[in-house]
Design a protein around this ligand. Structure first.
Ligand code: DGP
Length: 133
């Protein structure tokens, strides 16, 4: 995967160069509403450090940064009132997952029943998947 680009959209949001609807901010993380919500509540939680994806983050971030991001994910869900009804978290890494913005972001989705975990996620009749890479 390419190196971190300081001019990606979320880097600009972190620097305040682009607007966002902030939910929560800590020393390590920033949470804001997704511009194209896929559920009644759809918020993104991002680390303040320059990490391309979950792979980069888990390989290179400090223990404090990792704890700080995940603490912020839980705090954001509580702040949004999603705990009782339930919510889903998701982070897309790379091509197969359709990652579009190359600054790690954890999606928090909730506010309605979310259905099955993956579209087209039914197990094939023979119980096996064909890998495409
Ligand atoms: P992903 O496919 O996991 O890389 O999701 C990228 C998400 O980022 C997608 O749900 C839409 C959201 N997004 C893209 N551009 C902006 C933006 O400028 N502002 C906000 N708030 N969200 C954005």
């Amino acid at each position: 995967m390419a190196d971190y680009d300081n001019n990606n959209i979320f880097a600009k949001i972190l620097r305040g160069e682009l607007p966002s609807k902030k939910v929560l901010e800590t020393e390590y993380a920033f949470a804001f509403h997704d511009i194209n919500p896929q559920a009644p509540t759809h918020v993104l939680v991002i680390p303040k450090g320059p990490y391309v994806s979950m792979d980069d983050f888990t390989a290179n971030a400090s223990a404090e940064e990792i704890a700080g991001l995940w603490r912020a994910v839980g705090d954001t869900a509580r702040t949004l009132g999603l705990v009782e009804g339930g919510y889903r978290i998701m982070a897309n890494h790379g091509h197969h997952a359709h990652q579009e913005v190359f600054h790690l972001h954890v999606h928090i989705l909730g506010g309605r029943p979310l259905g099955p975990m993956l579209e087209g996620g039914d197990v094939p009749p023979d119980g096996t998947w064909e890998r495409t890479s």
